[in-house]
Design a protein around this ligand. Structure first.
Ligand SMILES: [Zn+2]
Length: 309
């Protein structure tokens, strides 16, 4: 986490100037400047309602997102969901309380209740810019929860919320627009960022590399045309494949060394630089070590794949 802290030179403020309509009635407030802890945020219009996906970090960012959504909605009902509970995706939801119907899956709600205060304290330690964003954060419960999956009819447009966790977090959710074949995947996939493996035992060891790989295969099976990642540029299905290949190779390499009796620390020392060097243009290399340690703890058992080496 030290590297995350040291790279947090820019305040993680959402950039409303970058808002763009990527398909008819589908808007993105993009992570245009690749600033850590600024997520890609979605606003999806229907005839009756408008769905916001993720809030940005802290109440001020969320207010800005709410204002943008309110302008687009122009009197239509607002809904809010999040891809997962992590601070830059959901710790601004208080701004939406009473103004939007907040709709999560049950695991997201429970994970936020259980881990929200701990993550708030942890993130406040990531430097002044992050702490400033997190001033005044309050946690609210969603108005509605679902289990498994839910279809929202926005009016002329159906949106599917699909529970995917545990993977990157317990309550990961993808938001799928079947007609447009657009999928919002949160931190299950990033663009040119090392997959974020929040493995912090004993405080939080719920991230699961094996299940994450299987989730990525489920997303690939949806055959999306456009993938809205948690951070970094949006793109096509190749972004999901890159993440799947990265985690699969890491899992297999860790497993092979572990089975040969190499210690966890020695695996980190051997594999870490190799993996980091393979992706010189990716951000946040600190996540390589936590990925290795996560796979060391669980072992690799995500099954056969065409990406075996
Ligand atoms: Zn996350």
């Amino acid at each position: 986490m030290d590297e995350l802290q040291s790279t947090q030179d820019s305040a993680p403020i959402v950039d409303l100037a970058g808002i763009c309509e990527i398909a008819d009635g589908v808007w993105i407030i993009p992570d245009s400047h690749r600033i850590p802890l600024v997520p890609n945020i979605g606003i999806v219009e229907g005839k009756r309602s408008v769905l916001v996906i993720d809030t940005g970090m802290g109440p001020k960012n969320a207010e800005m997102v709410l204002n943008a959504a309110t302008k687009i909605a122009n009197g239509r009902q607002l809904l809010l969901t999040i891809t997962h509970f992590h601070p830059e995706h959901g710790f601004g939801h208080q701004a939406f309380a009473g103004k939007a119907t907040i709709f999560y899956n049950r695991k997201q709600r429970d994970e936020l209740r259980a881990k929200g205060p701990g993550y708030l304290a942890m993130f406040r330690g990531f430097g002044e810019n992050v702490a400033k964003c997190l001033v005044g954060v309050e946690f609210v419960d969603p108005d509605l929860v679902y289990d498994g999956s839910a279809t929202i009819e926005l009016g002329g447009r159906e949106v599917e919320l699909i529970e995917m966790g545990p993977a990157h977090s317990l309550g990961d959710q993808v938001v799928w627009l079947p007609k447009e074949r657009i999928v919002f995947v949160g931190d299950l996939v990033e663009t040119r960022v090392f997959p974020i493996v929040p493995y912090f035992p004993p405080d939080d060891a719920d991230v699961n590399g094996n299940k994450w790989i299987k989730v990525l295969r489920r997303i690939m099976a949806l055959k999306p045309k456009t993938v809205i990642t948690g951070h970094g540029e949006i793109g096509g299905p190749e972004l999901v494949e890159i993440a799947e290949r990265y985690l699969t190779e890491m899992g297999q390499q860790v497993e092979r060394l572990k089975n040969s009796g190499v210690s966890e620390d020695d695996i980190v020392a051997q594999l870490g630089p190799m993996i980091r060097n393979k992706h010189p243009d990716w951000r946040e290399p600190n996540w390589v070590e936590s990925g290795i340690r996560c796979f060391y703890s669980t072992g690799y058992n995500a099954g056969a794949t065409e990406t075996t080496q």
